[in-house]
Design a protein around this ligand. Structure first.
Ligand SMILES: Cc1cc2nc3c(=O)[nH]c(=O)nc-3n(C[C@H](O)[C@H](O)[C@H](O)COP(=O)(O)OP(=O)(O)OC[C@H]3O[C@@H](n4cnc5c(N)ncnc54)[C@H](O)[C@@H]3O)c2cc1C
Length: 469
């Protein structure tokens, strides 16, 4: 694949995009070429900033004819390196931010790819609706990014991942053609579903330019609590009780260990331990209901029963929105809180919910044997069986020494996940980071079928060539 762009191709691209539509300025490029944890730095001969779907189509068409590869990028919050170019043209959606429609009758918002997720939330609120996908990165993560990574987040338990929230897509396919699939149908059973192929394709099957997204009514009541408990199995037992108490109203069920909480309290300003004693594990629970007061009543019932039976040791219920935000801040700062602690092997894995405790026990025993003194934090969307299992270098240890063992350490964790019937990427995707690793766990039959699909849509492999199979 060509990495230098011939002068005539460069001129054609610049002419189509016009002033403000492209850049080679190192200062303009710099933030787009660095991943937020400083893990990957990229190179690109040209940043293109199309403003319309027609411009995306022209760019992809010209690149296709010239055999030049493209890496699409939204908010650059991806955690597996797929948005960082290594010689490809970098196509940013930052100038495609329009809301094309907002409709409370069809419960749909049609938004362009570069619109940040937080702006989707704000727009939905204007018509008394909500878009339930919530990520700590939502101020920067874009519609095109969450669709292309099939992002998960905190409310998957109730609403499913992005895949369940998309009604239609508009995309430019690798041959430069525009596919307008911006439907808003709840039922459309007409054979293969192209939109589902593009969701989670990580930019390999084309550029997503707009999406029709499902909106939901606002809950009439909401209750947020943090509980302290002895171990992950107690958390899973509590989840079963929460579902019994609130049915589908369990919106979030997030596990955190004491060590992760300590890192947040130590390294992030203005955080407070909400419980008086210390506990080995914590769960943040959010319940919602369609009738006023119902969520609060369900939470009270759940917590008093759990306290009485000894399933949980302590609990605090947020009395105000500010208190609820303070509890969420402890959860959302789990990653930033551990960053100053040094080199970390990060794992975004899932196992069947019933196997969460077994996974944490087995992985922790194996890690402490493999990397004595390592500091483990396990947290995440445990209601979906999704654990962010992070192994930080020993206190006072050297980053380089720890990083050198990353591949072998992660292999041990992934093998345990596979043994328990889990996935080595629960919600972040494969990107450039995990594609090779995923080959070990997918069957050759599946990889051959997936490769054939890609080959038929992108025979030159110009779209994000280093990502996926
Ligand atoms: C603090 C923090 C918390 C996070 N929490 C979560 C979480 O809870 N759950 C979760 O799932 N993820 C989480 N993430 C990861 C990340 O925010 C998501 O993967 C998000 O969906 C990426 O969106 P983006 O716009 O930043 O995409 P980018 O990072 O720009 O791109 C990600 C991938 O999508 C492709 N892509 C982007 N836009 C397009 C497009 N328009 N068309 C085709 N391909 C495209 C890129 O090529 C790349 O492969 C978190 C990240 C951070 C930094």
């Amino acid at each position: 694949m060509t990495k230098t762009v011939p002068a005539d191709v460069m001129s054609r691209l610049k002419a189509i995009l016009g002033e403000g539509g492209w850049s080679t300025d190192p200062a303009r490029l710099a933030p787009k070429l660095l991943e937020w944890r400083d893990r990957w730095t990229g190179v690109t001969p040209l940043l293109v900033l199309p403003k319309t779907t027609a411009e995306v189509s022209a760019v992809v068409g010209i690149c296709g004819q010239a055999g030049i590869a493209i890496t699409p990028q939204g908010g650059n919050t991806g955690l597996v390196g797929g948005q960082i170019p290594q010689g490809e043209i970098l196509l940013s959606t930052e100038r495609m931010r329009a809301i094309r429609d907002l409709d409370a009758f069809d419960d749909v918002i049609v938004a362009e790819a570069g619109l940040p997720l937080a702006a989707v939330h704000e727009a939905a609120l204007r018509v008394q609706r909500r878009f339930p996908l919530g990520l700590a990165s939502e101020g920067s993560a874009t519609v095109g990014g969450v669709v292309s990574t099939n992002a998960g987040g905190t409310a998957v338990l109730r609403f499913g991942p992005t895949r369940d929230l998309v009604l239609g897509l508009e995309a430019v396919l690798p041959n430069g053609e525009i596919w307008n699939g911006l439907k808003r149908l709840r039922k459309d059973n007409t054979g293969y579903d192209l939109k589902q192929l593009l969701i989670g394709a990580e930019g390999t099957l084309g550029v997503v330019t707009a999406a029709s997204l499902k909106l939901f009514p606002l809950p009439a009541s909401k209750a947020t609590a943090m509980v302290g408990l002895a171990n992950p199995q107690a958390a899973i037992n509590l989840l079963v009780q929460a579902k019994e108490a609130a049915g589908s109203g369990v919106e979030a069920f997030e596990l955190m260990g004491r060590r992760g909480l300590d890192f947040v309290l130590k390294n992030i300003p203005d955080q407070r331990d909400p419980l008086t004693g210390t506990h080995p594990w914590y769960v943040l629970i959010e319940l919602a209901a369609g009738t006023p007061g119902a969520a609060e009543t369900a939470m009270e019932r759940l917590l008093s029963k759990a306290l009485e039976s000894g399933l949980i040791a302590d609990a605090v219920v947020a009395q105000t929105v500010t208190q609820a935000k303070a509890l969420w801040s402890l959860r959302e700062n789990q990653s930033p809180g551990q960053k100053p602690e040094g080199a970390t092997w990060k794992h975004d894995v899932s196992v069947p919910v019933s196997q969460v405790a077994t996974f944490i026990d087995r992985a922790s025993e194996a890690m402490l044997a493999f990397a004595p003194g390592c500091r483990i934090t396990a947290f995440g969307h445990v209601g979906d069986g999704n654990i962010h299992y992070d192994v930080i270098r020993p206190d006072g240890g050297e980053d380089a020494v720890h990083s050198a063992k990353r591949e072998a350490g992660s292999r041990i964790v992934h093998d345990i996940v596979a043994d328990l019937g889990g996935s080595i990427s629960a919600e972040h995707g494969l990107g450039t980071m995990k594609t090779d690793e995923a080959r070990r766990y997918k069957s050759p039959v599946e990889i051959a079928a997936l490769t054939a699909i890609r080959q038929s849509l992108d025979p030159q492999r110009i779209m994000n060539p280093r990502v996926l199979f």
